[in-house]
Design a protein around this ligand. Structure first.
Ligand SMILES: Nc1ncnc2c1ncn2[C@@H]1O[C@H](COP(=O)(O)OP(=O)(O)O)[C@@H](O)[C@H]1O
Ligand SMILES: [Mg+2]
Length: 258
């Protein structure tokens, strides 16, 4: 692990030191700040990925908020956006990393542990317990009228039994908050399906309901009913695409429609 020397709080790095420190590192990396482990996250101007483009197209056809692409505007500062959101969430009692330092092009946050996805691969017997905690944290987020926008299991981390949410890059128009709550849960469950986690969906929806009083199971069921037609994607003709995501979606759909 890289050790970063910070002589004085206000002067984390001068420009030349920073270039050296960041050289060869990925966009997000763990390092030592003094004797504390922290994560550095660098800016990435949001690209319009294939999925965003596809989603945009689908939205135009179906006018379903669940399909609205979530991207920051051209001139928006992605670092400031994430930092502001994390600070607001923290104030609202949601478990997110502490923002330690912000500078142009990057920010530093506290280390909130291991990625839940990796953690559960090593500790499969804790699957239900940890997923319950993750689900509860997301429900708390929704109860406060925030949404995540990318609630895959890889964006949950765990440290000393505490599950936190990370990675707040998605900008969501406030008028779509309710629809995005459903989408968060959908993305979460889909990532579990995709990751091969065996867990009881109804139990997770119940945990969510206990906190938010929102019948997310019924909402998801409605969603899958609406999009039942996409099961045509399962046809052999699409095999060459090796669409793991599509198959995960169809499996999940079958669980709701079954
Ligand atoms: N504060 C943190 N505590 C622990 N792990 C983190 C933290 N921030 C990032 N990570 C790790 O780095 C990975 C990538 O960070 P993330 O913010 O999700 O960026 P990306 O936009 O690349 O998905 C995460 O999946 C997680 O494993
Ligand atoms: Mg991430």
């Amino acid at each position: 692990m890289q050790s970063i020397h910070i002589p004085f709080k206000e002067h984390f790095f001068n420009e030349s030191e920073r270039a050296d420190i960041f050289a060869g590192q990925g966009r997000v990396f763990k390092c030592l700040l003094g004797d504390e482990t922290v994560y550095v996250k660098k800016s990435e101007r949001t690209k319009r990925h294939f999925w965003h483009v596809l989603q945009g197209g689908l939205y135009k056809v179906f006018k379903d908020p669940l399909l609205i692409p979530t991207v920051l505007g051209k001139d928006e500062d992605d670092i400031q956006f994430q930092v502001d959101k994390m600070r607001r969430l923290k104030k609202n009692g949601i478990k997110v990393p502490d923002v330690v330092f912000v500078d142009k092009g990057y920010f530093i946050m506290s280390d909130c542990g291991e990625c839940v996805k990796e953690y559960l691969k090593l500790n499969p017997r804790q699957t239900d317990l940890v997923l319950n905690k993750a689900c509860r944290e997301m429900a708390k987020l929704h109860l406060k009228n925030f949404v995540h926008g990318g609630a895959q299991i890889k964006n949950f981390v765990i440290r000393k039994g505490v599950v936190s949410l990370i990675d707040f890059e998605e900008k969501i128009d406030t008028k779509f908050i309710e629809a995005f709550k459903v989408r968060d849960m959908l993305v979460f469950l889909l990532s579990l399906e995709r990751g091969g986690f065996q867990t009881d969906i109804k139990r997770l929806c119940q945990i969510y309901h206990d906190i938010t009083h929102k019948d997310i199971y019924a909402d998801l069921k409605k969603f899958f009913k609406k999009y039942k037609w996409i099961s045509f994607l399962n046809h052999k003709i699409f095999d060459f695409l090796s669409m793991k995501d599509v198959r995960a979606l169809l499996n999940l759909m079958n669980r709701f429609n079954g």
